[in-house]
Structures are given as C-alpha cells and as structure tokens.
Design a protein around this ligand. Sequence first.
Ligand code: ASP
Length: 464
Amino acid sequence: MKSTSDELKGYKGLARKKLIEWGVRVWSDVRVINDAGSVFEGVILPRFGYFDDLHLVIKMKNGYNTGIHVNRVKSIKEIGYKKAIYKIPEKEFPHSDTLRNVTLLGTGGTIASRLDYRTGAVIPAFTPGELYGAVPELADICNLKTKKLFGVFSENMAKQEYITLAKTIGEEIAAGADGIVIGHGTDTMGHTAAILSFMVQQSPIPIVIVGSQRSSDRPSSDAALNLIHAVRAAALGDIAEVQICMFGPTSDYYGLLHRGTRCRKMHSSYRSTFRTVGDIPLCMVNKNNFEYLTQDYLPRDTERHVMIYPVFNDRVTILYYYPGMNPDLVDALVEKGYKGIVIAGTGLGHVNKPLYPAIKQAIKQGVHVVMTVQTLWGYVQMYVYDTGRDLLDIGVIPLDNMLPETALMKLCWVLGHTDNHDEVLRLMRHSVNHEITEREPHNGYLILQGGLPEIEKFISSHWK
Ligand code: ASP
C-alpha cells in the first residue's frame, strides 16, 4: 500500500518508516502485539509537530490514548479503517417560559474543547445547539444563551480578558439574566474567580465558573456533570456570589460550590482538584439537590444592584520566597517599574534578613509590599518573632489568611484604583468577600471537601 502524506499525518523519522513498512496508516483500526506479548486494539491517531518520531499513538476501545514504541511492536495488523469525524450533532435549544434564563460565557479551556484528531486543533463545542446535543439535560434546567468571549487556555487569561468578562457580566445582568455560567480552563480558574469577586460586587444573581479536568471525548470526562451542576447553581441556586463549581469527591457523587476568593486548584489531574482553602465550601450540588453548608453567603435578590469595577494594574507580581533568595530580585522588580509585590512567605510570613533592606528600599520608592503564607491554611502572624515585627516596621502589609493568588489579584485591582499607600493598606485589609476571615474552621481542610466521606468509604470496603 502506498500511503499519502495525510495517511501518515504527523509521523516522521522511524515511526513513519515503520508505518509504511507495516502497511498501516492513520485511522487504521489495528491489533498490535508488543514484545511483552501485550495486545492493544485501537485506531492509529495522527500526530502533531511536537511529538517524537519513535511512537505510534492509538486510541483504544476504552477511549484512552496510548503510545507504543515502534521498536517494541512485534506484530501489527490492520483490521479495519475508521476515519473519525468529531462533529457534535446540533439540536435547537428549546425555550420554556417557566424556566429561568442563564447566560453561558465561554472563555475556553478543556470544557469548551474537543480535540479534532485530523488537524490537531481544539474545536469548540459551544453553541447552545451543540451543548444541547452533547448534554440534553441542560434544557430541563433553564433557557440557555451562549456567548463565546474568547477561546483560550486559561494561562492566557489576563488583564484585558478579566475586564471584558466583568463588563459582560454587568451587561448580562442588565439584560435580565437569572444566572451566569462561565466556562473556563481550570489552571487559572482560581485567579479569575478571585478577580471577578472584586470586579463584580453585590451581584443579584449567581455567577458560576466551571471547567473540566478531562475533555469530553474521554470516558472519564467531568465536563457534562460539572456543566449540569454549574447550570443548576446558576439557574436554581441561591448563592449570588462569584463561585467555582467542580467535582467534590473523585467520583461523581456531587459537585462543590467554592467561594471565588477562597478556592484553589490543588491537583494537576484529579477531577476533584478544587478545594476551598481556609474555610469550608459553600454548597454541595447534585442533579436533584443543593445542600448548603453555610448560611453565610450573599443570597439571590433581583432587586440588588450590581457594581462593576473593571480596573486592573498588571505591574504587580508574586514572590514565592525560598531560603537563600537574593535581594537583587526585589531590586530588579523596582527597577522594572513594578508597583506591587505579594510575598508568599514561609511559616507565619517570613523572609530572610538580607531581603529587608531591599524591601525597605522598594517601599520607600512607592512599591506596595504585602505578606501572605505559603502554607495556604492559617494566618500571617508577624508579631510572633522580632523579624516579623521588623518587616511590619518597614511597611509590609500583613494579609492574615488571604490566599497568595487572591492577594495578587486583589493588589492588581486595588492598584487599578489608587496608588496612595494608606488607601492601598485600607483596601487590602478590608475584606470584600471573605478573602480575609476571622477564623478558620477546625479541620476545615478535610471536612466537607469530598475528603472524609471517601476515606471512610475506602476504609469500609478494605477492612471487612
Ligand atoms: N490547560 C487547561 C486550561 O486551564 C486545562 C483545563 O481546561 O482544565 O485552560
């Protein structure tokens, strides 16, 4: 068989040579036996520029992709040919006068994507019709309108995107939305949740950010369930704050709603990656119920007037302190014109002594320096040791139990308003929405986070 370049798409070097030699091609349904006698059955996928030339990749019947080193292939046989067409069937999203209206704003990320194996591009699955085709349950929950604002992976979210999002939320509320869902990549979802908590205040309706750890073409995808939970929280939930909705436990028992200022991605691949830090989550949500875990939230109230503050100064950075950090790092930031530095200090909020003069100099030059803790749970307590007091004397602002990323987003927002030190100090220490709390719940880092129930289940199934 003579293969065309499309049939060898992305395969180069040795792998390409081998495919030709074996008489198989991209989209061949193959049976492979490797040198250890293991059998793999699946479809050969195209490869893309950044992959090596030693593996062939097949999509196996269970939905997972696997790479097989070409030198380990003992035999390979084409048993069929399945050219994939990843097109989601579009169905018109139905409208019901008895259901609430939800707007879904798309920013990108895995939840909005599905890999097109033919081109390697990520294609959006985003119009209401596509979403209805993929997740028909949504039509029982609300009337859905979608707006694609951006199509980026979340590491590309920044000042302009935050401002556009905040303004669009204001417009949608003014247009009468009963709830807003934001589809977002999970990697920096915590940052967006934090900045929107400051830019959008006193919302009358829920603003729910949702994503997925695994794309919708994978069997273990969390995309559909997260979307159902988020749309329910937006349409029917009572919490009118900026919140994140993602898997609670690693299984699909329930989703959790986390407050936007207190939430963090804590695992690179688990579906239950988001955790409320320094508090407990707001609510458990499943396909039928909401179980509110606290009364302390802003309830839905369509009479309330939202306030949108779309300001952001991006000359702010975070210094994750490590032993031996050199003071010239701080000098360099001042020289480059940074206006704000968030320190994620060790323990109760510490950095080494050699840094003090550099920090003092930075503050003298009008840079605002704030302190948070790397431990994430617990408080900055700079009165405990002399060294902490010295830093306070220099003018470092302690931020109690504000999360480092939340502090970063807040300082960007505050410095978008003012450069006056006393005002910066006042605004940073005044809690807008629980970014600083008076106390943290005992064992809050475990309870109601999808932690203990799973451990108990695990123990009971293994200790019979
Ligand atoms: N890299 C992706 C993002 O944050 C991951 C995801 O969507 O979950 O955009």
